[in-house]
Design a protein. Structure first.
Length: 119
């Protein structure tokens, strides 16, 4: 029986193809991620490095697969800087504006019955 010739399919018992398939799957997941730009091009790069010895009788093989993803979109927010007795802090809500709902009391805790209202 003859030994199969070196090819992309036989390289490291199919490892090169498996690495490319894995990179494609990762790119597909990046494409459907709503936190990335839908139209950014993604790519897979397969690099096979052949390193022959001085006698040209044998060579080392290197397989490298890289995927280029779309970056995640920036999530924007704002913060207010406040001076306290403990020092300078940053808050994501305006400390000078009263909150509509107090998270500590829970939903509906600020509802008060109005007496003398129309029935």
């Amino acid at each position: 029986m003859t030994e199969p010739r070196l090819s992309l399919a036989t390289l490291k018992n199919g490892a090169a193809l498996e690495l490319v398939d894995e990179a494609i799957q990762q790119l597909l997941e990046n494409i459907v991620d709503p936190n990335t730009d839908a139209e950014t091009k993604r790519k897979v790069t397969l690099t096979i490095t052949l390193s022959p010895d001085a006698e040209r009788e044998m060579m080392g093989l290197g397989i490298d697969v890289k995927a280029s993803f779309a970056p995640r979109s920036t999530v924007a927010s704002i913060a207010w800087i406040s001076h306290t007795r403990d020092g300078v802090i940053a808050l994501e809500h305006n400390p000078h504006q009263k909150r509509l709902f107090d998270e500590e009391q829970g939903e509906g805790a600020s509802v008060v019955d109005i007496k003398g209202g129309a029935k």
